[in-house]
Design a protein around this ligand. Structure first.
Ligand SMILES: C[S@@+](CC[C@H](N)C(=O)[O-])C[C@H]1O[C@@H](n2cnc3c(N)ncnc32)[C@H](O)[C@@H]1O
Length: 259
């Protein structure tokens, strides 16, 4: 079954609504506040169609994107770029191999949660070390696990959310079923169904991929195994005011630095 990332046009319609400018404002302020070097080059890991890349490029940074989906990268490459576009790499984030190094890496939305196995997370962090300059930052955005796991009700029984998304002659019925939490593996099993009607053509996309709910303490363990990346801070939103424990926090922004 192909994942929803094989349908970038519909993925963007359903998940594209974000305040990218505000998110990039915060990324820039983290670059300035915490980096041990001036940040000029950035690698966007699991970049998709590269919404953050576009905004960072506009602000003068030189950008590269990495993703394992050919279809996502094709859209990224077809977008207008400035001369500060380094390139698009079709690679697996568990095993990144790029000859050059970057001043910063970012991994946005909940992309790191796609890696559900410890061994994959360990090799991911190892390979990030290989593409990050000394003193450079690795900034990861995830869902806030404190917010999600401190309220166990959603996992007591399957819960279903539905919404309809429309744009032009495309309409998508989105069905999101929460199908339980695997306490042994720390993963959430959801099913996302997109019933697409694209100008009369109907497509059903079903994505059953589990996602990992990483806790801050597991991140600490991963960094102890990695040894080359250190934890700078974890914030609860794209601002300095919100902590992971705030009620209104639904993000976990992890700021790492290469020693
Ligand atoms: C949640 S999307 C995020 C896209 C983009 N960063 C954004 O902010 O819109 C996750 C992306 O991860 C990519 N992906 C999934 N598994 C991957 C892997 N093992 N290695 C590299 N990319 C992967 C998907 O193709 C998809 O584009």
């Amino acid at each position: 079954m192909p994942s929803m990332y094989e349908y970038p046009k519909y993925y963007e319609l359903v998940f594209g609504k974000r305040n990218i400018k505000k998110e990039v404002d915060f990324l820039e302020s983290l670059f300035q506040k915490f980096s041990g070097r001036k940040i000029k080059t950035v690698l966007d890991i699991a970049c998709g169609t590269g919404p953050h890349m576009d905004e960072l490029e506009k602000r003068g940074y030189a950008l590269a994107g990495l993703d394992n989906s050919f279809k996502m990268l094709r859209i990224l490459q077809e977008m207008p770029h400035r001369n500060n576009f380094i390139g698009a790499y079709r690679q697996d984030m568990r095993n990144i191999s790029i000859r050059r190094k970057f001043d910063a890496c970012i991994c946005m939305v909940n992309s790191l949660a796609i890696l559900t196995e410890n061994k994959d997370l360990i090799s991911h962090f190892d390979s990030v070390v290989g593409v990050l300059e000394q003193g450079g930052l690795y900034i990861i955005e995830m869902d806030n696990p404190v917010n999600i796991l401190s309220n166990p009700k959603p996992y007591e029984k399957a819960k279903t959310h539905r919404k309809l998304v429309k744009k032009g002659n495309i309409s998508i019925e989105v069905i999101y079923e929460q199908r339980g939490f695997n306490l042994l593996k720390g993963t959430e099993q959801n099913r996302l169904t997109l019933n697409v009607n694209d100008a009369g053509k109907t497509i059903k996309i079903v994505d059953d991929s589990p996602i990992r709910r990483l806790l801050p303490t597991e991140i600490e363990l991963l960094l102890r195994i990695n040894k080359r990346l250190e934890l700078v801070e974890i914030r609860g939103a794209f601002d300095y005011a919100t902590s992971l424990h705030d009620k209104n926090s639904n993000r976990m922004i992890i700021i790492l630095k290469k020693k």
